[in-house]
Design a protein around this ligand. Structure first.
Ligand SMILES: [Zn+2]
Ligand SMILES: [Zn+2]
Length: 60
């Protein structure tokens, strides 16, 4: 494997392109909004998980 990928915060599947992840989240998990960390490209299905990630990993 090479390069970076985008991880689905709900099921752990990984995608090469952000668009694929967003489409996956909408199709599979029926998410209208996916919280995406622009620093490390991890996605989260809800705001609380996203905020926790930001606090823990990036101290924001
Ligand atoms: Zn998923
Ligand atoms: Zn992050």
């Amino acid at each position: 494997m090479f390069g970076k990928s985008y991880g689905c915060g709900a099921c752990g599947m990984r995608f090469k392109y952000r668009d694929e992840l967003v489409k996956h989240a909408q199709d599979i998990h029926d998410k209208k909004t996916t919280y995406l960390c622009i620093t490390c490209d991890e996605s989260y299905e809800n705001e609380s998980s996203f905020m926790l990630h930001m606090a823990r990993e990036h101290r924001v």
